[in-house]
Design a protein around this ligand. Structure first.
Ligand SMILES: [Zn+2]
Length: 111
């Protein structure tokens, strides 16, 4: 590691604004004295309120974080669609199972 090693943004949390396509990331400054706000509009990093020349490393890392999230969300949507198709096709794996008591009632088994 050298003095010129790339910094990594210390992302603290992510806030989604209700009813707006805007996300705000709180990122800790590298000297751990303040938080910066990085705004993301429709999945694209828009700005950062630190004093560095833009795009700063906060913006770069937040964009990477957003891209990863978008990918995960897309993967989850694809998985859900796949499972829903299996259920619609009547895959026995998803057939409802009776709990033990209901099973006993259903088949008149009394102990
Ligand atoms: Zn910044």
């Amino acid at each position: 590691m050298t003095q010129t090693a790339q910094k990594t943004a210390d992302i603290r949390f992510r806030v989604e604004l209700k009813n707006k396509p805007i996300v705000i990331y709180k990122v800790r400054s590298s000297d751990d004295t303040q938080d910066y706000n990085v705004t993301v509009v429709r999945g694209k990093v828009n700005n950062c309120d630190c004093k560095s020349y833009k795009p700063c490393y906060h913006m770069r890392d937040v964009q990477a974080h957003e891209d990863e999230r978008a990918l995960e969300t897309a993967q989850m949507a694809a998985d859900r669609k796949h499972i829903e198709e299996l259920v619609d096709d009547g895959d026995p794996f998803f057939a409802p199972r009776l709990c033990r008591d209901a099973f006993c009632d259903e088949f008149g088994i009394y102990e």
